[in-house]
Design a protein around this ligand. Structure first.
Ligand SMILES: Cc1cc2nc3c(=O)[nH]c(=O)nc-3n(C[C@H](O)[C@H](O)[C@H](O)COP(=O)(O)OP(=O)(O)OC[C@H]3O[C@@H](n4cnc5c(N)ncnc54)[C@H](O)[C@@H]3O)c2cc1C
Length: 464
């Protein structure tokens, strides 16, 4: 890592700003950095490590007690085996490999998570969905995807946006005579909400060429030791006191010119701290509830308020009372394309530890841990009655849980028609603030790619 230098002109600006902080932070320790990063998930950690590597001083403000965002790893207490119950794999590309190299991570080729014979069951009544399996994608999907190259690596949309992309996915499939295959494949990644109601634009943006390379060509890497949280624990070790965990911004002021910088009041377990930085990277989900403390102006409020994240939860459960040679996948008996009814468990997938499963759960509204685990337990009790060979007396044990809400914020068809993506791109750099989080694409590797292209602009702004 290169040594970090703070310019003297910035020290002057910093001292002016320091006189003007929110009352809650009066007298608090002042942390002065080139760049403040809010959110220490995939893109925030990527930005932090790479900015530091390029000689910039940074501070990461992360709400949770660990870096890594959607990466969740539970260690089996008996064997120590890592069980990844959130993120599963990365795309094998140069940006991902360079990031892992910076973090001293040994990578290996990966595969899709182990999936024993899937049993397709309607989790609303426990009945098996007979004569059903997820079919491979058909050529008609690829032909449709290739019509919209601008959806592959972001959402820089033409004006006007083709109306067909604003159809729901079910309407699009019907209008263009697509088979049901695409929706079946699309349901594999963590996609929140009702799959038939998602706009076609988001389906193509998500199930894009990169995702299909992972799915169909196996262009996948994982950590050689199987612990997907490892890059983030290594990043934490590398960044040390440049990370504030369990911390949130309670008040923020951002100037209109680069010289004005950014000042934040941060609530941390050790009390309030003042952060004075030249630029702000916002890598938490860019929704109103997260951005409100940053003193949004009318323009920012109008744009940000139009994005809403989905509701998604994951966990690890043992003692399911179900035969351990299957995965259990939720499919609707009578719904369109056999899409699962909501809210509900998406699937129970086996892990490397016999009898321990991870599950994913999605909903149309926010739920508490207790609600998710109660509903999941009820589902297991139902399956214990209908799956052959199940033990109806087994009491499931919930050993790990994470909320991923709000997941992958999206906007309405009307907002997109009126240019919300043009507007969000126009916010890059506005009031010394940059957005890297999962607004423009969903896969981590693609997000790192987008972030890597943004870093030179952030650095340049911090040097003005
Ligand atoms: C269950 C699941 C499985 C997935 N599997 C894969 C996969 O296998 N491969 C893949 O490439 N992608 C996968 N994804 C998608 C991928 O994880 C995300 O797209 C990616 O992590 C997004 O990165 P991000 O930086 O935008 O957000 P995140 O990684 O979510 O990071 C945001 C961070 O901000 C923090 N935060 C939130 N609010 C605040 C706040 N107010 N203040 C401070 N910090 C805050 C959060 O705690 C979090 O650490 C998966 C997603 C889920 C939910």
């Amino acid at each position: 890592m290169k040594p970090i230098k703070l310019g003297s002109s910035f020290s002057l600006v910093a001292s002016v700003l320091a006189r003007n902080v929110h009352a809650q932070c009066q007298g608090a320790e002042v942390i002065t950095r080139d760049i403040a990063i809010v959110g220490g998930g995939a893109t925030g950690t990527y930005a932090a490590i790479n900015l530091k590597d390029q000689g910039k001083s940074i501070i990461v403000i992360e709400k949770r007690g660990a870096l890594g965002g959607h990466t969740s790893t539970y260690h089996d207490p008996t064997t120590g085996t890592p069980i990844n119950y959130g993120l599963q794999l990365y795309h094998d590309d140069e940006v991902s490999r360079s990031f892992f190299a910076l973090l001293n991570i040994t990578v290996s080729g990966g595969t899709f998570p182990i999936s024993k014979i899937p049993l397709y069951i309607d989790f609303t009544d426990g009945s098996p969905v007979l004569n059903y399996s997820i079919p491979p994608l058909n050529e008609d999907y690829f032909q449709a995807l290739h019509k919209y190259p601008y959806l592959e690596n972001g959402l820089e949309l033409p004006d006007p946006v083709p109306e067909e992309l604003l159809l729901t996915w079910a309407e699009y499939m019907e209008q263009f005579n697509l088979t049901d295959d695409a929706i079946a494949t699309y349901s594999r990644p963590a996609v929140p909400g009702d799959l038939t109601k998602i706009l076609a634009l988001y389906v193509f943006n998500n199930l894009n060429t990169v995702m299909l390379e992972e799915e169909l060509e196996g262009k996948i890497i994982v950590n050689a030791n199987g612990d997907l949280a490892e890059p983030y624990s290594n990043a934490l070790a590398e960044l040390g006191s440049d990370v504030l965990l369990n911390s949130v911004v309670t008040d923020g002021q951002r100037g209109s010119k680069p010289a004005d910088g950014v000042r934040l009041c941060v609530s941390t377990p050790e009390g309030s701290k003042r952060v004075i930085a030249k630029q702000l990277v916002f890598s938490a989900p860019p929704v109103l509830e997260n951005l409100e403390p940053f003193g949004l102006d009318e323009r920012e409020t109008n744009i940000i308020s139009q994005f809403e994240g989905g509701f998604y939860y994951t966990g690890v459960v043992t003692n399911l009372g179900l035969p351990t040679n299957y995965s259990y996948v939720n499919r609707g008996q009578k719904t369109q394309s056999h899409v699962a009814s909501l809210p509900g468990v998406v699937m129970f997938n086996p892990t490397n530890v016999e009898g321990t499963y991870y599950y994913w759960y999605t909903s149309l509204s926010d739920l508490t841990k207790e609600q998710v685990e109660t509903e999941t337990r009820d589902t297991l009790k139902l399956l214990q009655k209908t799956v052959a060979g199940a033990d109806a007396n087994a009491e499931p044990q919930f050993v790990a849980y994470k909320s991923h809400t709000p997941l992958h914020p999206t906007a309405s068809a009307d907002a997109i028609r009126k240019g919300i993506y043009r507007d969000i791109y126009s916010l890059q750099g506005y009031r010394n603030t940059w957005y890297t989080g999962s607004l423009l694409v969903t896969g981590s590797s693609q997000l790192w790619n987008i972030t890597s292209q943004l870093l030179p602009r952030i650095i340049a702004a911090s040097e003005q």
